[in-house]
Design a protein around this ligand. Structure first.
Ligand code: NAD
Length: 382
């Protein structure tokens, strides 16, 4: 029997990502879905038909005005989920936070820029509100088992993380893969990124202009490499696998395929195919939301044994999501300015920082013997 508190919840933006929260809230005994909003009337009609009794709104402002009005009453909304496109997350998440919810979910990417994401995380942290950022790879048995095995040293020290991701881009899907890479290399901060994008198809996705195809190459202070080949169409190294994740260590390697249930490991005792595992009984969004509920429980005065009045929420997932967002932004900045982008990213994007200007230097063409430049046979030490 569920004797734990049940939290009322509302979802803002009910497209693909928002419906993952809607379904998770409806499936969980920790939550009661009470309200949802979407700009589109057809989405609202579908929600009203599927979840009779919930209140629907056409705009986040209307919903949040009601949330504010209900604060402190029996109709208070405890948890707000922000599932619109990344460029609107900052405005909506900060407005949601101003209603003083007991917990907040903000979809990845936290913002369209790392600075926007940072402002959300800073404000949430200052308020002490528990925050969920639903990165699926941190809530799925396959990727969690790989993380555990890599951290236990089963393939030695991670030296290379290679990702192929077709049908997607750096900011919308790459953020998941980078966030996982940050977790694999957790004690080894990123030092730099060099990336280039083909933009010929003028592709946009999820409210962002994105690449047709791109290669992002990132390296850590400890010398590990992360390479992401992303884009509308990406040549597959394993036929049939649109997403491939290969983690190469000093003593072996692991390969898995994004959201599939199983992996291949080549380690001490030779190659082994592990899985496929049966589907988990909870979706990744439900796992993240129930962890949010647990953190709200812990911070609630008088809630059961183990309650600590000064308990701080755990912002680890939000922090690693921000580090991943920095990698995404660094990749796009590297392409935009045709240069290496180094960390901390905040220094690179300072107003007074001047990125290298457009250059007429055309590598791969003969050097005419005049016109300046640097003699690459006489490099000075850095
Ligand atoms: N964590 C995950 O696994 C996962 C999966 C899918 C999408 N997402 C994320 O969810 C977010 C949304 O992407 P999507 O794929 O759901 O896009 P989508 O186009 O399917 O849905 C976005 C919805 O938000 C609505 N909307 C936009 N602004 C609004 C506002 N001010 N008020 C109310 N509704 C508003 C739109 O009408 C639309 O229905 C993105 O950040 C995306 O990266 C996360």
């Amino acid at each position: 029997m569920n004797d734990r508190p049940v939290y009322s919840a509302a979802v803002i933006g009910c497209g693909t990502g928002g419906m993952l929260s809607v379904r998770a809230l409806a499936a969980s005994e920790r939550f009661r879905l009470v309200a949802a909003c979407d700009l589109r009337a057809d989405v609202r009609d579908k929600l009203a038909a599927e979840y009779p009794g919930i209140r629907t709104y056409a705009d986040h402002r209307e919903l949040l005005a009601d949330v504010s009005a209900a604060a402190g009453t029996d109709h208070a909304i405890d948890v707000v989920c922000v599932s619109t496109y990344a460029p609107t997350h900052e405005e909506i998440a900060l407005a949601a936070l101003a209603t003083r919810p007991r917990g907040l979910l903000v979809e990845k990417p936290l913002g369209d820029t790392a600075a926007a994401g940072r402002r959300i995380v800073d404000a949430v942290t200052r308020s002490g509100t528990p925050l969920a950022v639903p990165h699926g790879l941190l809530a799925r048995p396959t990727s969690l088992e790989i993380l555990r095995r890599v951290r236990a040293g089963d393939i030695g020290e991670v030296r290379l993380v290679e990702i192929e991701c077709a049908g997607w881009d750096i900011i919308n899907a790459g953020i998941h893969w980078f966030q996982y890479a940050v977790n694999l290399l957790v004690a080894d901060p990123f030092a730099g990124v060099l990336a280039t994008c083909d933009t010929s198809s003028r592709t946009f996705r999820d409210g962002m202009r994105v690449e047709t195809e791109a290669v992002t190459y990132a390296w850590t202070r400890g010398g590990a490499r992360v390479v992401l080949h992303s884009g509308d169409h990406v040549a597959q190294s394993r036929p049939g696998k649109d997403t491939l994740f290969r983690v190469v260590g000093t003593d072996g390697l692991v390969e898995f395929w994004g959201w599939e249930n199983g992996y291949r490991i080549v380690a001490g005792s030779g190659p082994a195919d592990v899985g496929p595992f049966p589907d988990a009984d909870r979706s990744p969004h439900q796992v993240h939301l129930e962890e949010l509920a647990r953190q709200i429980d812990e911070g609630s005065p008088g809630h059961g044994p183990g309650h600590s009045p000064d308990h701080s929420p755990d912002y680890t997932v939000a922090d690693t999501s921000l580090r991943a967002l920095e990698l995404c932004e660094a990749a796009y900045l590297s392409h935009r300015h045709r240069c290496v982008v180094t960390f901390p990213l905040s220094e690179f994007v300072l107003p007074e920082f001047v990125p290298p200007g457009a250059s007429d230097w055309d590598p791969g063409t003969p050097y005419p013997g005049e016109g300046g430049g640097r003699d690459g046979r006489r490099l000075e030490a850095r």
